[in-house]
Design a protein around this ligand. Structure first.
Ligand SMILES: *Cc1c(COP(=O)(O)O)cnc(C)c1O
Length: 398
């Protein structure tokens, strides 16, 4: 008896672990399937369209655009990527604590008070101005930095005409400058005026790099292209490129024309489950605010995902739908924090526990993050990076 009670307890402890993989697929509330094979494929594909000298600096900020920064960086490391970029110091420290090697560049500002952590975790900091460089240098121990040049975006960086300030950034005794970079603000557009502006940014950058070299200053690794910079200006030959959204298999706006054809494959699918199915009579309201009142008798399925998980609340008003049993089901009524409701009247046999696809493929039907973004007037980057922390990430290879 004793033994069997012990065995029961052991089983109770072990069973959930054994079933975890399965549970993550069908026992959970909402989850994202992250196809790491597609992530490495996209890295290789970007590398293919670039000059062989250009190396990828994978942008894994904002939890790798919602894909999970540790797992994504680990996968890319395995695929030969040796440079990473994050937005802020906490993201860089997390990568180091999980054993990610190689260079990690912090693209944003870090308070100089945190210089000891920059050193301790061997993070490369962006120098955004001469004054900032001074403050970092005052820490007194060697730090690796990249100098950021503002070539026209007017966000971060030393303005390109301020050559003296710029050169000063390379002469701080404790700052080891291992790179120099800028950022394009219009490379996603192929219009004439936009292309001219990008060309201007590119030539300003080239000019600055030339001036530095003439003054006997080594700019280190130079880089200026993010995803659209790579796809629209692949001939620009820098040491590094900084793809974000393209690594995750998407463009910011799905319909965008780009000059380079690359076979990019979406990495993330988003799933939830049907938690209840019910018949609703014509004229009966559904959800908060009675925002949806069917004109005929319909069948409604409740789905276990909401705006706190990153589904834009406005998606309901803009014709958003989900996939159940390979078919489309319109989102109806207001999207709630943790749940939403869909019309499944025309789908046979929907029942509790059915998988629901919010992003991804189900049979012949497919929904992309780009489509959701288009409906809600934003970019795929925002849809992905706002996926909530409650969404479990399930990693797979195909
Ligand atoms: C976010 C970011 C990137 C990556 O941009 P994508 O458009 O997603 O490729 C590159 N460089 C900088 C400075 C960034 O902030």
């Amino acid at each position: 008896m004793k033994t069997s009670a012990y065995m029961d307890r052991l089983l109770m402890l072990l069973l959930p672990m054994a079933r975890k993989k399965e549970a993550a697929r069908l026992g959970d509330r909402a989850w994202a399937e992250v196809n790491l094979s597609n992530l490495s494929h996209n890295a290789a594909e970007l590398q293919r369209v670039l000059p062989s000298k250009s190396r990828i600096m994978a942008v894994v900020k904002a939890n790798a655009y919602g894909h999970g920064s540790i797992e994504s960086a680990r996968e890319l490391s395995g695929a030969g990527v040796a440079h990473f970029a994050v937005a802020e110091i906490g993201e860089g420290i997390a990568l180091r604590k999980h054993g990610i090697r190689g260079d990690i560049l912090i693209l944003g500002y870090t308070s100089p008070e945190r210089a000891p952590e920059l050193a301790r975790y061997r993070l490369t900091q962006t120098v955004v101005s001469r004054e900032y460089g001074e403050a970092l240098n005052a820490y007194g121990a060697k730090l690796n930095v990249h100098v950021k040049i503002d070539t026209g975006m007017n966000r971060l960086g030393v303005p390109f005409p301020e050559l003296d300030s710029m050169m000063a950034c390379y002469r701080f005794s404790h700052l080891h400058v291992t790179g120099t970079f800028s950022h394009l603000s219009m490379s996603d557009s192929l219009g004439q005026a936009e292309t001219r502006f990008t060309q201007q940014q590119l030539s300003r950058f080239e000019l600055v790099i030339g001036q530095l070299r003439e003054a006997g200053i080594d700019p280190g690794l130079v880089h200026i292209q993010s995803s659209y910079g790579i796809l629209n200006y692949p001939e620009v030959c820098c040491d590094l490129v900084r793809p974000g959204i393209a690594l995750y298999g998407l463009l910011s706006r799905e319909g965008d024309e780009v000059r380079t054809k690359a076979d990019l494959r979406p990495v993330l699918s988003l799933k939830a489950v049907v938690t209840q199915v019910k018949e609703v009579k014509a004229g009966d309201p559904v959800g908060y605010g009675r925002n949806f009142i069917p004109s005929q008798d319909i069948r409604i399925a409740t789905v276990s995902i909401g705006y706190a998980d990153g589904i834009p609340r406005s998606l309901s008003e803009h014709g958003g739908y989900v996939l159940i049993r390979g078919q489309r089901a319109r989102i109806v009524g207001s999207i709630c924090m943790d749940q939403l409701t869909v019309n499944v009247t025309s789908i046979e046999g929907v029942r509790q526990g059915d998988a629901v696809t919010l992003i991804g493929q189900d049979g012949a039907e497919k929904i992309t993050a780009g489509q959701i973004a288009a409906r809600c007037g934003t970019v795929a980057n925002e849809i992905l990076s706002r996926l909530g922390s409650r969404i479990e990430r399930v990693y797979r290879y195909d």
